[in-house]
Design a protein around this ligand. Structure first.
Ligand SMILES: [Zn+2]
Length: 133
């Protein structure tokens, strides 16, 4: 138990920290433009302001998006609805660390080139939607 708490978990946060840092930067912009934040289940969640503005302009019309141990959401309600799904991505970041974003994007490009859906057919999304649609 203490090995998990004092060694494995800090290493997982460190391993995922490059993406978390991007999330904190976007989240800080959200806070400066009227957004809010909350801690839930070991992740720092941001919502509203520039965070909501950015999410609403993504090509997939996302209600939430995970970057390391940060989750960006349109609103607290959207974060509540998508938390289980987004925490599958948190786990993926813990496994893939700084390679998660390049791997995710590479999968999307390959799928798009093959005429498949770059979001719904992406294996990272397939895992998350299989567990939490
Ligand atoms: Zn997802």
């Amino acid at each position: 138990m203490s090995l998990q708490r004092f060694v494995v978990m800090p290493l997982a946060y460190l391993w995922a920290s490059p993406a978390s840092l991007i999330g904190v930067c976007v989240g800080t912009l959200g806070l400066l433009t009227g957004g809010g934040y909350q801690f839930r289940r070991g992740a720092l969640e941001f919502h509203g302001g520039a965070v909501a503005w950015s999410l609403s302009r993504l090509w997939i019309r996302a209600r939430a998006m995970t970057l390391g141990h940060t989750i960006l959401g349109l609103s607290p309600h959207d974060l509540d609805d998508t938390r289980d799904h987004e925490h599958i991505h948190v786990g993926q970041y813990c496994r893939w660390g700084p390679f998660f974003i390049p791997a995710y994007l590479l999968c999307s490009v390959v799928l798009w080139c093959r005429g498949r859906n770059p979001y719904l057919d992406n294996p990272f999304e397939v895992e998350a939607y299989d567990l939490y649609p």
